[in-house]
Write a protein that binds this ligand. Structure first.
Ligand code: NAD
Length: 407
């Protein structure tokens, strides 16, 4: 079983090995500043008590308050949360926002509880970590299974416990509760900006311009929108129930309507049902993992035919798979660059909350566009300087920025 935290540390060592960093500095970054496991007793609708387990990991705050999502998922574990908090430190540094890295999660399936239970679980979690978080300490945001309504409850519970309204206690909230215009589409949109920049460098040659996306949730669906604007063809899509394929391109509007109606992508008329494994092995130009981590391993990486892997999910490629991709001359655009648009817009939301401002969607996406283009330019110049992979280049850039503040 792949341990995502061990993978994250390996990525750090690999990047540090090609640049000149003090080994003590690198070693220090392998340990989160702090992590907690909390138990959350919740009275369920049937009158019986259930105990849930939650985590929060605060990796590093050299650049600013810890910042990162909250994952509600049955298979969440501490190593995963520590790895995700680690990646947040680097991602925030790559996109150059004043935040450190944090992440949290609760072990359960949010689809299997009622809305009232979901609220009680969320508030119970915040009561247990209240003394560790706050707008200028650690600011939770959304992640898999935890959307805007949950972020509202987090902000509300934090405000209630602290005795004053604190909109900046969480990000990814609904608009009436201090959410930012543009946050929902931000991660996918930001990925679209990076993809456009990458393609403009002509790193891959393609006649067909084909893309497959694994995961059609928040990130996958907005990235798909951006790809459509680029004039590329999405030939395959998938969700947890399986995938669909159409060599002439999938009609996104029809796919969305079909998923809303049936709860799955499979069975979409005019397309062929395929498995998630088959999607990863398609003969296409760009493959986008946009679901969960550890998708590419030593077992399936040799079978990947795509020329470029564009990581919208966090940690989809194990170090073994990364090595195979490098050997096979695949270009990998790393998660800490590709999906950093989400946290960048969380920063915009936090900033608006603190300064009591409200920006339009146009203003937000315009600022995001500038930030993402700059992040790509910064990573690209290091990639050119060291003649290395985009992942190592992104790590080196982040390390330089963190080092400057830590020393
Ligand atoms: P989401 O819950 O909205 O969507 C996840 C999608 O993945 C769903 O369509 C689900 O059906 C699908 N999925 C789950 N298991 C799958 C499997 N085995 N095979 C194929 N599809 C599967 O979550 P999201 O917010 O879109 O996040 C997706 C990824 O992007 C995660 O790795 C997350 O950490 C990362 N991410 C999200 C954000 C954000 O702003 N939401 C920001 C940065 C990174």
């Amino acid at each position: 079983m792949n341990n995502p935290f061990e993978n994250a540390k390996k990525q750090l060592d690999l990047a540090a090995s090609i640049a000149q960093f003090d080994p003590n500095f690198i070693e220090r970054l392998k340990f989160p500043d702090r992590y907690v496991e909390v138990s959350i007793p919740v009275m369920m609708d049937n009158g019986e008590q259930e105990i849930f387990t939650g985590f929060r990991s605060q990796h590093n705050n050299a650049l600013g308050p810890y910042k990162g999502g909250t994952r509600y998922f049955e298979q969440v574990n501490l190593d995963e949360i520590r790895a995700l908090s680690f990646w947040m430190t680097f991602k925030n540094a790559v996109v150059n926002i004043p935040f450190g890295g944090g992440k949290g999660g609760i072990i359960f399936n949010p689809k299997k509880v009622s809305k009232a239970e979901l609220e009680r679980i969320t508030r119970g979690y915040i009561q247990k970590i209240f003394h560790l978080i706050g707008p200028e300490i650690d600011c939770p945001g959304p992640d898999v299974g935890a959307g805007s309504e949950i972020m509202d409850w987090i902000m509300d519970e934090y405000s209630r416990l602290s005795g004053k309204k604190q909109l900046a206690a969480s990000t990814g909230k609904t608009l009436p509760n201090g959410g930012s215009n543009g946050r929902e589409e931000a991660t996918g949109f930001g990925g679209g900006v990076i993809l456009r920049e990458v393609l403009s460098k002509n790193l891959i040659s393609s006649e067909r311009k084909t893309i497959a996306i694994q995961g059609f949730g928040n990130v996958g669906s907005y990235l798909a929108e951006s790809v459509r604007e680029l004039g590329w063809k999405i030939v395959a899509l998938s969700d947890s129930k399986g995938g669909i394929y159409n060599e002439n391109g999938i009609d996104l509007t029809k796919a969305e309507t079909h998923k809303k109606k049936t709860g799955a992508l499979r069975g979409l008329p005019d397309s062929k049902d395929i498995s998630n494994e088959e999607l990863l092995e398609l003969d296409i130009d760009v493959l986008v993992p946009a679901a969960l981590e550890n998708v590419f391993t030593a077992l399936n990486a040799p079978k990947v035919k795509a020329k470029m892997i564009f990581e919208m999910a966090n940690g989809p490629t194990t170090p073994e798979a990364d090595e195979i991709f490098n050997k096979n001359n695949k270009i990998v655009i790393p998660d800490i660059l590709a999906n950093s648009g989400g946290v960048a817009t969380s920063y915009f939301e936090w900033y608006q909350n603190i300064h009591n401002e409200k920006w339009t969607t146009g203003e937000v996406l315009d600022k995001l566009h500038k930030l993402m283009s700059q992040a790509f330019a910064d990573v690209y110049s290091i990639q050119q300087k060291y003649k290395t992979t985009f992942r190592k280049a992104a790590y080196i850039l982040a390390l330089e920025r963190i080092k400057e503040k830590m020393l």
